[in-house]
Design a binder for this molecule. Structure first.
Ligand code: NDP
Length: 352
């Protein structure tokens, strides 16, 4: 008989929410891409005119995409690479029994946590390489196209490219840190991560650069300096918080974190309660949001469309924070409640 483990509560609104998201996400992506190149560039309202079906299909584009994926896969498989240990699997002593699953929900979240073909880890590969590097490439292509169109890239385009290159470069530099994220340790490899990593990230995260190509924005040096400062502050918080936790999780007696206050938990692990993690319960999300603001500001304030990322990302991180809290409460019980009492704000000090 299958072990009678308690089933985790359904996330994302269960099958109905999963079905709605699978329709809404691709539709939103198309809407944003079409809106960015239309004159009014409206975030809300009816979509601009739809392209003819034949314009949506291009064998050359498919070939290019498959070549890109193949190139990334070949690089991923290069023998000269560092190997890192992943997190211990929760079910190491049990088999998984996919009984009573809902096909829509399972398709969305994925049943398989770490699908592999030999040593090729499909989820880990998709998380960091083709989509994330593809995002930077699309940005760069838009910068080159702007230079061709107007003689030189605009200051706003340089800023958006520079900020997002820093973000992607940082993610690749700290590649190992992805092994402890919720995406790798908790979520299966279903529609959410496959579509998110391969389509949503490269095409909607490059929305600001796409908007700037079709809607050039004047930007003076003083304002550009202020925006650079906002991005630097966001990056400082984001990197500081993530590095502090990673260092602590790897080695709590590392001199850089040994002096921080902690709460003991029944699992033997400790929770940081001073430093970045004593300010709010998700300081890394705060830094990420400040950077998201800096990426939109070069696009001016005439349109809401370039702020889509900031709005969507706020919703994503608020939801992600709630999911993480639920998982931490299950993991750490009373110790987590004590942490919440001592650090009452989730993402923004004194506000949320
Ligand atoms: P986090 O890095 O926020 O990790 C959460 C985990 O950290 C918890 O489950 C817990 O795990 C541990 N933790 C929480 N509080 C403490 C504490 N006080 N002391 C020690 N450990 C603690 O998870 P995410 O994967 O959500 O985020 C990683 C980064 O990726 C973030 O910077 C986020 O902003 C970014 N991100 C970016 C996205 C994008 O699209 N641009 C999308 C999603 C995330 P445990 O105790 O088991 O170690």
């Amino acid at each position: 008989m299958a072990p009678q483990g308690s089933r985790a509560p359904l996330e994302f609104g269960g099958p109905l929410g999963a079905a709605a998201l699978m329709l809404l996400l691709p539709a939103t992506m198309f809407h944003l891409l079409l809106a960015a190149r239309s004159g009014p560039a409206r975030l809300l309202g009816l979509p601009p005119h739809l392209p003819a079906p034949e314009a949506l299909w291009s064998p050359a584009a498919l070939l290019l995409w498959l070549t890109w994926l193949g190139l990334q896969a070949a690089l991923y498989l290069l023998p000269a690479r560092k190997m890192a240990e992943g997190q211990e699997l929760k079910d190491k002593s049990r088999l998984r029994y996919p009984i009573n699953g809902n096909p829509i929900y399972d398709f969305f979240l994925g049943r398989e946590l770490n699908p592999r073909i030999g040593s090729f880890d499909c989820k880990y590969f998709c998380e960091l390489r083709p989509g994330l590097i593809g995002w930077v490439l699309i940005n760069l292509a838009l910068l080159v196209q702007e230079a061709e169109l107007r003689g030189s890239p605009s200051l706003a385009m340089w800023l958006v490219n520079g900020f997002q290159l820093l973000y992607v470069g940082d993610a690749l530099w700290h590649e190992e840190a992805v092994l402890t994220t919720m995406d790798i340790t908790h979520d299966g490899f279903g529609f959410m991560l496959a579509f998110g990593d391969l389509a949503w990230v490269p095409f909607t995260y490059s929305l600001q650069a796409q908007f700037l190509l079709y809607h050039p924005q004047p930007l003076e040096l003083p304002m550009a300096s202020v925006i650079c400062l906002v991005n630097a502050v966001g990056y400082y918080i984001f990197r500081g918080a993530n590095s502090q936790k990673n260092t602590f999780r790897k080695n709590p007696s590392d001199p850089r974190v040994a002096g921080l206050e902690t709460i003991a938990t029944a699992t033997g692990r400790q929770l940081l309660v001073s430093g970045w993690w004593g300010m709010v319960r998700h300081p890394n999300y705060l830094g990420d949001l400040v950077m998201a603001l800096a990426w939109s500001l070069p696009c001016g304030v005439s349109h809401l469309l370039p702020y889509f990322y900031l709005l969507y990302f706020t919703a994503l991180l608020v939801h992600r924070e709630a999911r993480d809290e639920q998982q931490c409460l299950q993991k750490y019980g009373l110790a987590w409640r004590e942490y919440c009492r001592r650090v009452p704000y989730r993402i923004v000090p004194y506000i949320y």
